[in-house]
Design a protein around this ligand. Structure first.
Ligand code: 5GP
Length: 214
């Protein structure tokens, strides 16, 4: 059987486990520097892997062209964000390049309890908080093939001002130095291969024996 075939089989048997409500889902954290291509990879990953759902974060960042409130992010004012934090509604949060970002806790917990794997696409400070709070979370770092390639992708995107790009490149350098905190590294050189590697990790983690007496 080829690897595609075995991936499909794992996916199908797991999907039926989910509908029977036999197990709670895994929390999957994906981090990687701005410009590494998280958006493209994630869209394909969500198409390919059943039983996986993506958390929609709250942010104080301004909406980019084409972004939809409630789909890409929940766009909040600084005061609204502060209220959510004060009410302990965020599983983690961080400041990134001048804006605040956070993960709504209740929604994530509900999805996990329903047996869905939940994907958080967050920066490294948030990943660290998750690692501390939820040790069984699966942490994956998405790397660019090289820093030069990352810089070219970020400048090519043209959604940010030169100052914002500079901020994001500095942040990327810091983030790349922290990938040792993660369980897995996937390099996004060829998108399809990166997506397949992510899918393999997620399927393998579904087969991990958890909560065994030790
Ligand atoms: P962007 O402004 O490019 O959409 O996101 C900037 C960074 O914030 C990205 O690395 C993205 O993954 C991260 N991010 C998005 N949502 C969250 C969140 O809820 N928490 C944290 N800690 N980071 C987030």
């Amino acid at each position: 059987m080829n690897s595609q075939g075995s991936l499909k089989n794992a996916s199908q048997s797991e999907a039926s486990d989910y509908s029977a409500g036999k197990r709670s889902g895994n929390l999957i954290v994906l981090s990687g520097p701005s410009g590494v291509g998280k958006g493209t990879v994630i869209a394909k990953l969500l198409e390919q892997v059943t039983g996986l759902t993506r958390s929609v974060s709250v942010t104080t960042r301004g909406k980019r062209e084409g972004e939809v409130d409630g789909l890409d992010y929940f766009f909040l004012t600084a005061d609204q964000f502060q209220d959510a934090r004060a009410a302990n509604e965020l599983l983690e949060w961080a400041e990134f390049a001048g804006a605040c970002y956070g993960t709504p806790q209740r929604w994530v917990e509900q999805q996990l309890a329903d047996g869905k794997d939940v994907l958080l696409v967050i920066e490294v400070q948030g990943a660290k908080q998750i690692r501390q709070r939820i040790p069984e979370a699966v942490l994956i770092f998405l790397s660019p093939p090289s820093f030069e390639e990352l810089e070219a992708r970020l400048r090519g995107r043209a959604t940010e001002s030169p100052e914002k790009i500079r901020l994001r490149l500095n942040k990327a350098r810091q983030e790349l130095s922290q990938k040792v905190l993660f369980h897995y590294e996937v390099i996004n050189d060829i998108v399809e291969i990166a997506v397949d590697n992510l899918a393999h990790i997620i399927y393998s983690e579904r087969l991990r024996i958890r909560n065994s007496a030790q």
